[in-house]
Ligand binder design. Structure first.
Ligand code: SIN
Length: 514
């Protein structure tokens, strides 16, 4: 795995000393994060600006409308990224040195899997010389772009996808006749700010739109036309952006593997060619669904089929019969739910549990899995780990860092005095932009009430599936005893967002290997 140098400080080291990138060497050294977080922005020398590369693929963000009011009447993928970025000058130059790769300029749905392969290679190449990459795409399949990159990019540097729900302008250039309330300029500007901040280092790919930051694995487009279209059901967004402040209250669980080989996925595309990526299709189940779709896909040469079943993955009797026939012909199935959230855990001969992956995400995962292994038991392990990275902090139940009374902050009562060296909880020097219009679907839905500890696998348990996706070994809380209380609290907040989920995953593994 590529191991990058710790990110440079950025202008987004901000109030509350919020998360700095994890600078890990070997074991995850979360205490180092805390140490960096304490650095006062003013005390940090600002050497070079971060280098950010925008890989542009088109979409509505580059769309030309038929009129300034024509929110839904436009041609996607019209303006070049150079033209769009010119509209953000000179402000964007204050934040980053921005390079552009015009990868393509069309609607998101027009990209082939072979182009997805090329996109990953392009992003990885850009990350060799950049601190972060933005991929601009149409929003229709942006969640698939994002998850594909999440699964295939091997660098831990920030990758951020963004786009827009309204076309940029109605003129011959992006600078003429701006569309009323176009969201593209703000989304592009904010995505660059986010990547430049390095705050999502080791998060994998994130999607940033409408000031919300979502995990690629979990996000989905939830509305056909509205600006706040992206949602992460059940667990909510990772965070949000308010002006120049970036708030990240959760992290994808793979962040705990930062700095270890376990962080990277097995899907290093430099070891295969685009032609190795097989045909994988999706069958949507519904009342009395015919098995004709599955039969047709198998006849057409699909090596994998994802079923988007009802409830916990059910498919009709005819579809089930067709699946049995296809399995006998060597087709692998992944069972998912059409409900939009919740985990499908049932497995069977030739059938892999898709857990809580959305069908369109499971399809990409299955495609990569089929390209990298012929062993379905290995595939099960990858679906259970790579595709479902999960927190599991149980190792700390006995060995975790527990502050002793003597290490607690003792006599420093803040008593309303202005602070001196330590960062304050209060945004003292900031304009007090109280978020009157804050996003409301953030972490408030964090409580994963639908997650249970119930193991329901009854067959095909992978013999080697003993370890969770993010349990690459004991974590080292280096010097945790001296970490100030505020850091401890911050760490608990980050981890607790998914800790319950982690328990479910652990219970599942234990059952499978029993
Ligand atoms: C597209 O996905 O290319 C069109 C729709 C959009 O960008 O919002």
């Amino acid at each position: 795995m590529t191991s990058s140098t710790p990110a440079r400080p950025s202008d987004s080291a901000r109030r509350r000393g919020s998360a700095r990138p994890i600078a890990a060497a070997g074991a995850v050294t979360l205490a180092v994060v805390g140490t960096l977080a304490l650095a006062s922005p003013a005390a940090v020398a600002a050497p070079d600006k971060p280098v950010v590369t925008v890989v542009a693929t088109g979409g509505t963000i580059a769309g030309k409308a038929t009129g300034r009011e024509a929110f839904t009447s436009y041609r996607a993928g019209t303006y070049t990224m150079d033209d769009l970025l010119a509209q953000l000058q000179p402000e964007i130059a204050e934040i980053a040195d921005v390079n552009v790769i015009q990868f393509g300029n069309k609607g998101s749905g027009g990209y082939t899997i072979s182009e997805f392969y090329d996109l990953t290679r392009t992003v990885e190449q850009a990350l060799e010389t950049s601190d972060g990459v933005i991929v601009t795409t149409g929003t229709d399949t942006q969640e698939e772009f994002a998850y594909w990159l999440d699964l295939t990019v091997q660098s831990p540097k920030p990758v951020v996808t963004t786009g827009a729900m309204r076309p940029w302008a109605a003129g011959d250039s992006a600078g003429e006749a701006p569309v009323f309330g176009a969201d593209g300029p703000a989304n592009l500007f904010t995505a660059i700010r986010l990547a430049a901040s390095q705050q999502t280092y080791c998060f994998g790919t994130v999607l940033m739109l409408n000031d919300e930051i979502h995990a690629a694995r979990e996000v989905t487009k939830g509305n056909a036309t509205m600006n706040d279209t992206f949602q992460t059901r059940l667990v909510g967004a990772l965070g949000w952006v308010a002006g120049s402040d970036i708030y990240l209250n959760r992290a994808p669980a793979r962040v705990l593997d930062c700095g270890t080989d376990a962080w990277a996925t097995p899907f290093d595309l430099s070891t295969i060619s685009a032609g190795d990526l097989p045909a994988v299709e999706i069958m949507y189940n519904y009342q009395a669904a015919s098995g004709a779709g599955i039969r047709a896909f198998a006849d057409a040469g699909a090596t994998g089929i994802v079923t988007a079943g009802t409830g916990a993955g059910g498919i009709s009797a005819d579809a089930s019969a067709a699946r049995r026939d296809a399995v006998a012909r060597g087709v692998w199935f992944v069972s998912t739910t059409r409900t939009g959230s919740g985990a499908v855990e049932s497995t069977g001969e030739g059938i892999i549990a898709g857990l809580d992956l959305l069908p369109q995400k499971a399809r990409l995962m299955l495609m990569l899995t089929r390209a990298f292994t012929t062993d379905i038991e290995q595939a099960r392990v990858w679906f259970d780990t790579v595709a479902a990275p999960s927190f599991d902090m149980s190792a700390y139940a006995d060995a975790g860092p527990e502050p002793t009374p003597s290490e607690e902050p003792t006599t420093e009562e803040p008593s309303g005095e202005p602070t001196t060296g330590e960062p304050s909880e209060e945004p003292s020097g900031e304009p007090s932009e109280e978020p009157s219009g804050e996003p409301t679907d953030g972490p408030s839905t964090d409580a994963p009430t639908g997650v249970t500890d119930e193991p329901s696998d009854t067959s095909s348990s992978p013999a080697g599936a003993a370890s969770g996706g993010s349990s690459g070994g004991p974590l080292a809380f280096t010097g945790a005893g001296s970490v100030p209380l505020v850091l401890g609290v911050a760490l608990v907040l980050i981890v607790s967002g998914a800790a319950v989920h982690g328990h479910r995953r652990r219970a599942r593994h234990l059952t499978m290997t029993a």
